[in-house]
Design a protein around this ligand. Structure first.
Ligand code: SF4
Length: 373
């Protein structure tokens, strides 16, 4: 068996760790690029969502490199993720590519069902080894989340943004190479130390923006034109409603482990605005925006693929959240046609807006302090 998996940002690091630990031969598809997207778009239905098209591009590439089995997550509920597997199989078969699909999801609501699927991929490896592999991979997911947040902190503050990107690139490589929990911890510590050692803008207080929305576009820099890097360079410290460990813990481990940032409370927070699930992370998007408003963030950016059904529902509700909790919200759609320049222009305009609102708030507060009222 030569296994592969579709990309989604840094998720390749923990997934590769799982295979490495279990000595499973695997194929890592080339990172997402314009070529991947064009390959996927060419062979996907026109109305398919952007992540689907990128997945198809990844799988065609991986099959060309000799992969014969795909490990992917599946979904339940009213969004297209639930039939990604079947549709991908049909498209690939039509192209003469025969890949066996192993879908990782708790099929009967139990972690045992999930572990059985991993055991199937691991071809008879003992349970002890499988549990060890899951822990090792999850340890890397947690570390990746921490590293991403360190980078979120550093980007708006560093005098030389190029150095932050170099530190980030090194951290990704080192985390991939880490062989045990001690080495994983060391990569996080080293990244933090390197960021502390950079020259920072003195007395600079960045704006704080939360990003909510569809998980793939949130986690995969190619699909969102590297919005996090752009925001950082515009002087914004950001946070996301979803980090990979939070997603794994909620959807795969069913809350049994501790995630870097939990997302389980987002559904509850969403209830005054959206009381039921609409598939994907639509409800969590609303809850995430409420969370950022309560935590005093200066604005929220909602990211979604153009034809994403759950997030379209969320987009229609977010104006109410914005009005009722008085937080500016901007919605950004991405698809294979969207360009980086257009995105940057909209980001600059939004940041300008929230910066002015914040300065106005400060002026009013100052006036109240001096003149009373
Ligand atoms: S959440 Fe949206 S983008 Fe993701 S699979 Fe569902 S419809 Fe597609």
């Amino acid at each position: 068996m030569k296994i592969t998996f579709p990309h989604m940002g840094n998720v390749w690091i923990p997934v590769k760790a799982l295979f490495d630990y279990l000595d499973i031969e695997f194929v890592l598809p080339p990172q997402n690029s314009k070529r991947t997207l064009s390959l996927g778009t060419q062979h996907s239905p026109e109305g398919a969502c952007l992540p689907f098209k990128l997945n198809i591009g990844n799988l065609i590439d991986a099959a060309a490199q000799g992969a014969d089995t795909v490990l992917m997550t599946g979904g339940v509920g009213p969004c297209r993720f639930g039939y990604y597997g079947e549709l991908e199989r049909d498209i690939l078969t039509d192209l003469g590519i025969n890949l066996k699909l192993i879908t990782l999801e708790p099929p009967d609501g139990s972690l045992v069902g999930l572990a059985r699927r991993i055991k199937m991929a691991a071809e008879g490896k003992p349970w002890r080894k499988i549990i060890g592999a899951i822990k090792f991979a999850y340890g890397k997911a947690l570390a990746m989340d921490r590293i991403e947040d360190i980078i979120h902190w550093a980007r708006p503050r560093a005098l030389n943004p190029r150095l932050v990107e170099e530190i980030y690139g090194r951290a990704q490589t080192d985390l991939d190479k880490a062989r045990d929990a001690r080495e994983i911890d060391r990569v996080v510590r080293d990244t933090r130390a390197q960021v502390r050692g950079l020259a920072h803008k003195e007395g600079f207080e960045p704006l704080r923006v939360g990003i909510v929305g569809e998980i793939y576009t949130l986690l995969d820099p190619f699909s969102c034109h590297d919005i996090e890097r752009h925001l950082g360079n515009l002087g914004v410290q950001l946070d996301r409603s979803i980090y990979i460990s939070g997603w794994i813990n909620q959807h795969i481990f069913q809350g049994l482990y501790k995630a870097y940032k939990e997302i389980s409370h987002h559904r509850e927070l969403a209830k005054p605005f959206l009381g039921h699930t609409v598939g994907g992370h639509g409800q969590e998007t609303i809850g995430g925006a409420v969370d950022f408003a309560r935590r005093g963030f200066d604005g929220v950016i909602h990211l979604l693929p153009l034809t994403c059904m759950p997030e379209i529902v969320a987009a229609s509700i977010l104006p109410q959240v914005s009005k009722s909790l008085q937080i500016p919200v901007m919605t950004l759609y991405v698809d294979e046609q969207s360009g980086e320049t257009g995105l940057l222009t909209r980001l600059e305009a939004f940041i300008d807006l929230i910066d002015r609102e914040k300065s106005m708030d400060r002026r009013v507060r100052n006036e109240q302090l001096v003149l009373g009222g």
